[in-house]
Design a protein around this ligand. Structure first.
Ligand code: HEM
Length: 147
């Protein structure tokens, strides 16, 4: 439906402007108006990621530093609900206090596995890169703050 509406809208614009076929092809990027990505989970852009914690699609990792750490070092439980920000690890503070609730990553749907930098990075489910030294993680956190 969306593709059809978009196509009609574009064609109407081309018709109104009298755009010749060759120019239309060029402006279409020489590709059909359809989904270009293969089937798979599409990661969001990382612009403003410093403000988007907790991380991963299910909010199961509280900070960017934790996300760059191996699963064994990610918090298994943490509290959410505070509005105080942690500019060091980059994410909301996870202290438990009145009004907060506990995220338990052991509950189905809350799992914090995947997107892991571990070992040589040469295999394993959810492993996307080699293990990062602590300094490399802090350096990446600094970079991510700038996006
Ligand atoms: C140093 C390299 C990388 C950095 C700093 C990085 C950073 C991030 C961050 C911060 C997120 C969380 C986004 C959010 O919570 O909204 C994310 C998500 C994601 N990244 Fe990466 N990433 C890196 C490499 C990769 C690689 C190599 C892949 C694929 C092979 C990948 C695939 C994904 C996917 C699929 C998600 C979404 C996961 C989800 O929401 O559960 N990333 N990345």
């Amino acid at each position: 439906m969306l593709a059809s509406v978009v196509e009609r809208t574009i064609d109407t614009w081309y018709d109104e402007k009298g755009t010749p076929p060759a120019k239309r092809e060029e402006m279409n990027g020489f590709r059909p108006n359809c989904l270009q990505a293969k089937a798979g989970y599409k990661a969001r852009p990382l612009d403003g990621i410093w403000a988007a914690g907790p991380f991963l699609h299910n909010g199961s990792v509280p900070s960017l530093f934790d996300l760059l750490s191996p699963l064994s070092e990610r918090p298994k439980t943490f509290c959410l609900g505070l509005r105080s920000y942690d500019p060091v690890k980059v994410g909301y503070k996870t202290d438990c206090a009145e009004g907060t609730f506990t995220v338990d990553t052991g509950i189905p749907g809350n799992t914090n596995v995947g997107h892991e930098f571990r070992g040589t990075g040469s295999g394993g489910s959810g492993i996307i890169g080699r293990g990062l030294s602590e300094q490399e993680r802090w350096d990446l956190v600094e970079f991510l703050k700038t996006l």
